[in-house]
Design a protein around this ligand. Structure first.
Ligand code: AR6
Length: 183
């Protein structure tokens, strides 16, 4: 697996799938979720509505993910993943965040996705501290490095997140590409 780190808006990325930092209701929200529905158009929301009705009447559980089309996004699919809300760290947040990334990578493997782009799940509205979320995101990706996707972009919305990702990858001696020119 090739790892890319890029600072920018996930809705602009052409990939087999982009990951949405969703919530259990699958009914949209702010942050990445708001941007994906705004740019991706109503088809994604309609698919989410049907998934909720038929498969997740009680909501998509935290740590899990589900797939819709990409609507009008440049990406073919959206993987909607529910990260944990940060409640201080003693409510299983770390293992739920790990499950979230693991399930995304498992879905990418099942679908044989070549390329996926992933935001820093839970570190916005769900308030997971970035310095604690980053090593979980990276370690879980590395645990799956010999499978699909062939290319995985870690998308950072701000410089702090990008610096943290790059520092963590460097400390682990992992090669990565800056930018998504060749993604
Ligand atoms: N592209 C890439 N990254 C982004 C973008 C974007 N367009 N917008 C924000 N980020 P968040 P969460 C970064 O809040 O914490 C929604 O209401 C952001 O800076 O999108 O998992 C959902 O419906 C942060 O680093 O997701 C849920 O209710 C990271 O993406 C809830 O928010 C995640 O921030 C989920 O909260």
């Amino acid at each position: 697996m090739e790892i890319y780190v890029w600072k920018g808006d996930i809705t602009s990325i052409q990939a087999d799938a982009v990951v949405n930092a969703a919530n259990s209701s699958l009914m949209g929200g702010g942050g990445v979720d708001g941007a994906i529905h705004r740019v991706g158009g109503p088809k994604i929301a309609e698919e989410c509505r049907i998934l909720k009705l038929k498969r997740y009447p009680n909501g998509l559980p935290t740590g899990q993910c589900t797939l819709t089309s990409g609507g009008q996004l440049p990406a073919k699919y959206v993987i909607h993943a529910v990260g944990p809300v940060w409640k201080g760290g003693e409510f299983g947040e770390a293992s739920l965040l790990e499950s979230c990334y693991r399930n995304i990578l498992q879905l990418a493997q099942e679908r044989a996705f070549e390329s996926i782009a992933v935001p820093s799940i839970s570190t916005g509205i769900f308030a997971y501290p970035k310095e604690l979320a980053t090593p979980i995101a990276i370690q879980t990706v590395l645990d799956h490095k010999d499978q699909f996707p062939r290319k995985l972009a870690l998308i950072c919305f701000d410089k702090d997140t990008k610096d943290l990702y790059e520092k963590t990858l460097k400390e682990l001696g992992v090669n990565f590409k800056e930018g998504i020119q060749s993604f």
